[in-house]
Design a protein around this ligand. Structure first.
Ligand SMILES: Nc1ncnc2c1ncn2[C@@H]1O[C@H](COP(=O)(O)OP(=O)(O)OP(=O)(O)O)[C@@H](O)[C@H]1O
Ligand SMILES: [Mg+2]
Length: 251
């Protein structure tokens, strides 16, 4: 069953068409890697899934509800937390401690720090960090630690779908692999659906499916296990980084 379904989605910024009658189905339990060149619209595409961007036309159906329909019950209990978005660079607030960043929504809603502490400790441990990090500020953390804290904050909402926007950008190869392992562990243990935008092709070892965005459309979607043998000429060129091929030559 599809947990996410985008049908004929069109999104323009000014005269620039970013998504052009785009269709995409994501099955429950899938681990989907989204690839495509910089500026193609990968982040714009996934921001539609969490309601951060509204389409000009078409529909965005998440967990059975059309969230692009103004009359839909998007904010209904059980619906609002369906998808969590782990932002590129984690998007932590520098003036708040790690504890306050992770518990930001709960604290804003008036829950006491004392009450949420056990939940926050469980989340910080599940992303591979120690409890003593909770009193630190984001500028005291490495890039990899910030990404883990960003994931811990997303886990607070217990989402059914986690969307990661370039989770390994700026990390060394070992830290990147550790983040990949963490995403896989989170996926398997929580039995969720995962969607990862990535330029790091090691993601194919973890993903079940790969989709490529090109010229506003999903040009290809297929299994990750056989992606290196894929005979689609666009995929062939892109994943090998070849200068020659059907993809438009832009810098
Ligand atoms: N809020 C916005 N207003 C106007 N234009 C935007 C907005 N958000 C994105 N764009 C434009 O949409 C296009 C796609 O941007 P997007 O960030 O989705 O690309 P991307 O595929 O995620 O690239 P990258 O791999 O570099 O992150 C770009 O041309 C960008 O300038
Ligand atoms: Mg992006």
């Amino acid at each position: 069953m599809s947990i996410i379904s985008l049908k004929s989605v069109v999104k323009r910024f000014g005269t620039h068409t970013i998504l052009d009658e785009l269709n995409l189905e994501v099955e429950e339990g899938e681990f989907l890697a989204i690839i495509g060149r910089s500026g193609e619209g990968k982040s714009v595409l996934l921001k539609h899934v969490v309601g951060l961007i509204q389409p000009d036309s078409g529909s965005v159906i998440v967990n059975g509800i059309d969230i692009s329909d103004q009359n839909s019950d998007f904010m209904a209990p059980g619906q609002v937390n369906t998808c969590g978005y782990v932002f590129q660079f984690a998007a932590l607030l520098d003036s708040l401690t790690v504890f306050e960043n992770i518990g930001i929504f709960e604290l804003e809603n008036g829950l006491s720090p004392y009450k949420i502490r056990p939940i926050i400790v469980e989340k910080i441990k599940s992303v591979g960090l120690k409890e003593d990090i909770l009193s630190k500020y984001p500028n005291e953390l490495s890039g990899g630690m910030k990404k883990r804290v960003g994931l811990a904050r997303t886990l607070m909402q217990s989402p059914k779908v986690i969307i990661y926007d370039e989770p390994t950008t700026g990390l060394d190869p070992i830290s990147s692999n550790l983040i990949h392992d963490l995403m896989k562990k989170t996926h398997d243990e929580r039995k969720i659906t995962s969607i990862v935008i990535s330029h790091n092709l090691d993601i194919f070892k973890y993903a079940t499916q790969v989709a490529m965005l090109y010229k506003g459309k999903i040009l290809y979607k297929g299994p990750a296990a056989t992606i290196w043998d894929c005979d689609n000429p666009y995929i062939h060129q892109f994943i090998r980084g070849l200068a020659e091929g059907p993809l438009e030559q832009t810098v």
